[in-house]
Design a protein. Structure first.
Length: 231
């Protein structure tokens, strides 16, 4: 074990193990990753790793909690500052699409690893993705739902046979699929429009699907200003 790792505090060493586990699980999946690979990536012995996480399942569970806490903190401040309104709904949908449609080289490595880990989880038993969506997606979905209700009540949207909770999750699933399309670096399905145009069209598609009226979208959606605000 490198001498530097023997001297770092236990909490910091635990964080390093979790960071390394994110990369390995993202590449190999839960079943494909071995404890030997996990320990090697973290620069520790298996024995030391097991002092922090007695089993691979314990490490996987701790990693889920670690990722959820990081993402929840990132969104909590933004969501808490928004009132329920049509304008908030438009901004939330733009935020979601713009974040998912970033070029891979502009996505930080830990976030890329998290995306791959989620994709692997869907291929396996879905446990990691299920817990992540329940903990991280819930507040975002609730804010979309409540803002949609205000938009409909104000006349900016129409009542739809699609339940608002389902509609909110459909928007999230749509944005996630756009991200997966970009994940290899070269898009799986090339779209004949630049990145900003893809975001704008995805936002329109999602908002229209939620039942927001075109006039209301035009009134509240200013893509260039949103892009500057979120850059």
């Amino acid at each position: 074990m490198p001498p530097s790792l023997t001297r770092i505090p236990s909490d910091e060493r635990r964080e390093r193990i979790l960071d390394a586990a994110l990369r390995v699980f993202a590449e190999r999946g839960f079943h494909g990753a071995t404890t030997r690979e996990l320990a090697k990536a973290a620069g520790v012995s298996e024995a030391l790793m097991f002092r922090h996480f007695p089993t691979k399942e314990d490490l996987y569970t701790a990693l889920q909690s670690h990722c959820c806490q990081a993402k929840s903190g990132e969104k909590a401040e933004m969501l808490g500052s928004l009132e329920d309104s049509t304008a908030s709904l438009v901004m939330l949908v733009h935020y979601m699409m713009a974040k998912m449609l970033r070029p891979p080289d502009r996505v930080p490595a830990p976030e890329q690893a998290l995306h791959r880990l989620l994709a692997n989880s869907f291929i396996e038993d879905g446990a990691f993705a299920r817990g992540f969506m329940e903990n991280v997606g819930r507040e975002f979905i609730q804010k979309i739902e409540s803002s949609l209700a205000v938009a409909i009540a104000s006349g900016d949207g129409i009542e739809s046979p699609v339940q608002s909770r389902a509609g909110a999750w459909f928007v999230q699933h749509f944005s996630a699929m756009l991200m997966l399309n970009e994940m290899p670096g070269q898009p799986v399905v090339p779209l004949a429009v630049d990145r900003a145009g893809q975001v704008e069209q995805a936002v329109w598609f999602a908002l229209l699907g939620l039942g927001i009226k075109p006039a209301a979208i035009r009134r509240h959606y200013h893509p260039q200003a949103f892009a500057l605000l979120m850059s």
